[in-house]
Write a new protein. Structure first.
Length: 467
């Protein structure tokens, strides 16, 4: 059994990757799956030094590194710190590279473009002492009618590391093992929470916690109770921020922002929020069920979204995770009512709209890659303009039914957000779009924050003028 298992601690990982965007993508993915990133290195020599210094459970290693390459770094790590497992995560998957990596002592080998869940699952497997190789590579080796000399060498190495049954499991493409997660906080239906809320039903869960519908016993009001992940409870910095941001959110009183009624820690130290219970559907569900939003509904929805964002920004709160699933639309007799929800990744901005905060730790860099700004993808300083970029991406998807930047993996999406322009909306929209609306999207989706609108209130004014 490994030390992290005996101590019931998260798996510690050293990231060895010289490309900033790829490194941030790997970090974001692994932190979402509760791994502990204890260090980063951008070259092979530094990787060896940091492994000896930090003694991580696992090193995620690229091959093409400046100076000492990843294969030679792996060889030295195995000599100096043999308890550290090494998973090669690389685009260099030719037979020669695979053979050299395995011969150097690598405990696993996969492409950078496997899914986030597969990467997390296989990092867990390798850290726990298992050997892993991406099934696609095994299939390629075994599909050769007459294996080449190097293919035979690789197969021979694999037979030393894997049983016949394990090779068979790898060849089953549906055999991905998901990493066990720390048990999530739970409430029992029918119990009384905090002495005043009766828990009615479980609603759902996300990366930050679980949500329940409840009823205030005295007032009869329906509420949503969100329990946040308890692994955050031991982080005093995070708990201080939680109190500061919850207090700021509770002060917001706007028709387009979910109301926070109560917040705090339970008797056993679990962070919680008590909020509006909203009967509507997420914009993501509406898009999935109906496709693109008609223009008349589009303006009705996004004017309210802009007004809600403007209120949050004026009070120094940046959402940081604006996406279709965090915009809830209620159908009422008076029309559609929109609420921005789940400020779980929000950040209280320092006083003064010109100020910024640095997106550096796990709480701050997590988000939804499809809707993250270029500066958020790169881990740079953020302010309210990151929400404006995300707003543009959500508006784009609402009009055409497809994300502006789609790719098989989070890392590829990060690269697109930073480097590419979205496909022209006219080519994806079935009807005719006002030229002025295309101009709004063009300004919102500028890569440079200073080139975007000055505020969400400005965007709201422009949209109202187009109705």
């Amino acid at each position: 059994m490994y030390l992290f298992e005996l101590l019931n601690e998260p798996i510690s990982i050293l990231l060895v990757e010289d490309q900033e965007i790829v490194r941030l993508g790997l970090s974001t993915c692994l932190k979402q799956h509760s791994f502990d990133i204890v260090g980063e290195a951008t070259e092979g020599d530094a990787a060896v030094r940091k492994t000896v210094e930090l003694r991580p459970d696992l090193a995620l290693m690229d091959i093409l590194l400046p100076g000492l390459n990843g294969i030679e770094a792996t060889r030295q790590i195995k000599a100096l710190a043999p308890q550290t497992r090494v998973l090669m995560v690389t685009n260099k998957d030719d037979h020669e590279s695979l053979y050299e990596a395995l011969n150097a002592g690598a405990d696993g080998f996969c492409s950078k473009f496997i899914s986030q869940d597969e990467l997390a699952a296989n990092a867990m497997r390798v850290a726990q002492g298992h050997f892993f190789i991406e099934p696609r590579l095994v299939q390629m080796l075994l599909s050769e009618n007459v294996p080449s000399g190097r293919s035979r060498d690789i197969i021979e190495l694999l037979t030393r590391k894997l049983t016949v049954d394990e090779i068979g499991i790898l060849l089953d493409s549906g055999s991905t093992v998901r990493p066990p997660r720390e048990s999530a906080p739970k409430l029992l239906v029918g119990t009384i929470f905090l002495g005043k809320y009766k828990v009615e039903r479980f609603i759902g869960h996300g990366g930050m916690g679980m949500v329940y519908q409840a009823t205030h016993l005295l007032m009869g009001r329906k509420v949503a109770i969100k329990l946040l992940q308890h692994q955050l409870c031991g982080d005093k910095k995070w708990l201080k921020r939680f109190h500061e941001e919850s207090r700021a959110l509770a002060s917001l009183k706007h028709a387009s922002i979910v109301t926070v009624y109560d917040y705090g820690l339970t008797s056993d130290g679990m962070p919680y929020l008590v909020m509006d219970f909203i009967e509507g559907r997420g914009l993501d569900a509406l898009l999935s069920a109906r496709g693109p939003i008609p223009l008349s509904e589009f303006f009705e929805i996004f004017v309210q979204v802009c007004d809600g964002l403007a209120e949050a920004h004026e009070n120094g709160i940046v959402h940081c995770d604006l996406k279709p699933g965090n915009i809830v639309v209620e159908e009422t007799v008076k029309g559609r009512r929109v609420k921005i929800v789940d400020f779980g990744l929000s950040k209280v901005q320092p006083v003064g709209k010109g100020n910024q905060f640095k997106s550096t730790d796990a709480f701050e860099i997590l988000g939804s890659p499809l809707y993250m700004s270029p500066e958020q993808c790169r881990g740079l300083a953020l302010d309210y303009r990151t929400d404006l970029y995300s707003l543009g991406l959500v508006m784009y998807e609402a009009l055409c039914g497809e994300p502006a930047f789609a790719a098989p993996t989070a890392m590829m999406v990060f690269m697109k957000q930073v480097e590419e322009s979205p496909p022209r909306l006219e080519t994806k929209f079935s009807g005719e779009l006002p030229e002025a609306l295309l101009g709004v999207l063009d300004v919102l989706l500028q890569k440079e924050p200073s080139a975007r609108y000055l505020s969400a209130a400005n965007v709201s004014m422009v949209l109202k003028s187009l109705i």
